[in-house]
Ligand binder design. Structure first.
Ligand SMILES: [Zn+2]
Length: 137
């Protein structure tokens, strides 16, 4: 089996695909730091065309620690299967006590893709949270 290789977003090391090859969502794990993540892969012909707009999905964190941890659990469950979401990332932000959480990168719908922004909105609604989408430059 030939594995695809990625640059680890955390340490820049070599990350290898673990699942989802041949689909538009590839999971990969870093050999150096062990970080697992997911990436949206586009067909080669799309690379040359305009990319759909990319957004960071931001959610406000309740000031009450108990409510914040409940929200984190609901978000972790609702976002589990979404491309762009990384559970370790959310845990790290929660531990750091941030007042907003960044739930990953999502794409607007375009001519050749339904995008993932709507999926993120749906997942947030399931978790009882409201997302803000911040355009990624
Ligand atoms: Zn790494």
């Amino acid at each position: 089996m030939s594995a695809m290789m990625f640059d680890c977003p955390a340490c820049g090391g070599e990350a290898w695909s673990t699942a989802g090859e041949g689909t538009s969502l590839i999971h990969f794990a870093c050999r150096d730091c062990g970080r697992e993540s997911a990436a949206l892969a586009y067909p080669a012909w799309v690379e040359s065309g305009p990319r759909p707009a990319a957004y960071r999905a931001i959610v406000d964190v309740p000031a009450q620690p108990q409510q914040a941890s409940k929200l984190r659990l609901r978000l972790a469950r609702a976002f589990a299967k979404l491309p762009g979401f990384c559970l370790a990332d959310l845990e790290r932000q929660a531990v750091a006590g941030l007042s907003v959480w960044d739930l990953g990168r999502y794409y607007a719908a375009s001519d050749y893709s339904d995008g993932t922004q709507a999926q993120a909105e749906q997942a947030a609604a399931q978790a009882g949270a409201t997302l803000r989408f911040v355009l990624e430059k």
